[in-house]
Design a protein around this ligand. Structure first.
Ligand code: MEV
Length: 424
């Protein structure tokens, strides 16, 4: 069988059969996905090495989004999320995009930046230029901290210096721009910033204070683009209405926050599943959503193309890595990366952004048509049914009644369950 992300009826299978189907479709040995079973996932001993004062392990559902094609490659996408409908919506939107070849993506070089804050420089303009004159010295000093990265063709690419007026005076802020290759890069750039800080302060003629990366990773950008055929979306009116919906998100920060949250539903689920830093990615995304005029706006754009279809684009900073951190240590994250099979951190970043775009389209299409509650309700009903103690056999009956009655509430679920049990 050739590799495919199109698996029909995945949701109707048992857990074991789902894993088998996913492994088969990804052309992977089933053993490689063993850690998807909680029994082989993160144990307490490993958890205890990851953070402090460990008292337990919090489980989060891990689903697989189907139908995703990125740059012609079929990809089954692991998504860790507590929110119902997210995996289904991403899979549905990816299915619509498939008809036009799926998602096309691109990335900048994986450049992260660290900031060195220098205070009390009497002549900040000249201080800035002195630092730029010393570029080569600072680059060498920083690169000496990470010979392995330099060997891999990474390392410092440039030094930039900004003058930032603050309420405590003008701060001279030197930026190290570092190609971090397949790492997320926080450790690499923080180490470099600490190493050059004293010398940078000396050169600028001030006192160095903070040395830390910036999560506004605007030199590490990833883009995704997809065409969603009008016919598959439900017609020309749906295309027009999705464009109207997206236009409000561009213009109105109140809507933009929700629109971007919908994008992050997909983004963070893949980032978490692969053991990457969701907060770094989310901070980067929100900082990227600030337009040059200071307005908070939407991260994606939707237009009607010349054929009348919907074309969506999304650009995000995407500081994710394949080496280091939980991605290397957490067994389930490692299995998730195996399933995705990215050849570089940039490729992982591109899959993440493609899923963000799919998620966004899924939400907008629902909002521009029937609304999201109907889809949400049956999934929510499953949660409610489980909460009141329905067994796996009873859940479908309870859900069907809750939805049919239009009252998805715990008290009603209890009543339905009691009736069902009374009927034997
Ligand atoms: C819910 O988690 C996400 C949505 O609110 C996103 C959106 O409104 O675009 C549905």
């Amino acid at each position: 069988m050739t590799r495919t992300s199109r698996i029909q009826g995945l949701r109707d299978l048992s857990f074991a059969a789902r894993r088998e189907a996913v492994a088969r479709s990804a052309e992977l040995d089933l053993d490689r996905l063993a850690a998807f079973d909680p029994a082989h996932g993160l144990g307490l001993d490993l958890a205890n090495q990851m953070i402090e004062n460990v008292v337990g392990i919090l489980g989060v559902p891990l689903g697989v989004a189907t139908n995703v094609v990125v740059n012609g490659r079929e990809i089954l996408v692991p998504m860790a999320t507590e929110e119902a409908s997210v995996v289904a919506a991403a899979s549905n939107a990816a299915k619509i995009a498939r008809a036009r070849g799926g998602f096309t993506t691109s990335s900048s070089s994986p450049l992260m930046q660290a900031q060195v804050q220098i205070l009390g420089v009497p002549d900040p303009e000249a201080g800035r230029v002195r630092l730029l004159e010393a570029r080569d010295e600072l680059v060498d000093l920083a690169n000496a901290q990470d010979p392995r990265l330099v060997e891999l063709d990474g390392g410092v690419r440039d030094v930039a210096v900004r003058l930032v007026p603050t309420r405590t005076g003008v701060h001279v802020v030197a930026h190290l721009q570092v190609d971090v290759r397949d790492a997320m890069g926080a450790n690499a750039v923080n180490t470099m910033a600490e190493a050059v800080a004293a010398r940078a302060g000396e050169i600028a003629g001030g006192r160095t204070l903070m040395r830390i990366l910036t999560n506004k990773a605007d030199l590490r950008l990833t883009r995704a683009r997809a065409v969603f055929p009008a016919e598959a979306l439900g017609g020309a009116q749906v295309v027009a209405d999705v464009v109207h919906a997206a236009a409000l998100a561009e213009a109105d920060p109140y809507r933009a926050a929700t629109h971007n949250k919908g994008i992050l539903n997909g983004v963070s689920a893949v980032v978490l599943a692969t053991g990457n830093d969701t907060r770094a990615v989310e901070a980067g995304a929100h900082s990227h959503a600030v337009a040059p005029d200071g307005r908070y706006t939407s991260l994606s754009r939707f237009e009607q193309d010349a054929d009348g279809d919907l074309v969506g684009t999304l650009e995000l900073p995407m500081p994710v890595g394949l080496v280091g951190g939980a991605t290397t240590v957490h067994p389930t994250a490692r299995a998730a990366v195996e399933l995705l099979g990215p050849r570089s951190a940039s490729e992982l970043a591109e899959i993440v952004v493609a899923v963000g775009l799919a998620q966004n389209l899924g939400a907008l299409r629902a909002l521009a048509t029937e609304g999201i509650q109907r889809g949400h309700m049956s999934l929510h009903a499953r949660n409610v049914a489980s909460t009141v103690g329905a067994t796996a056999d009873e859940v479908p009956h309870v859900v069907a009644r809750l939805v049919a009655d239009g009252r998805v509430r715990a008290d009603h679920a209890e009543q339905i369950l009691a009736d069902l049990r009374a009927q034997g």
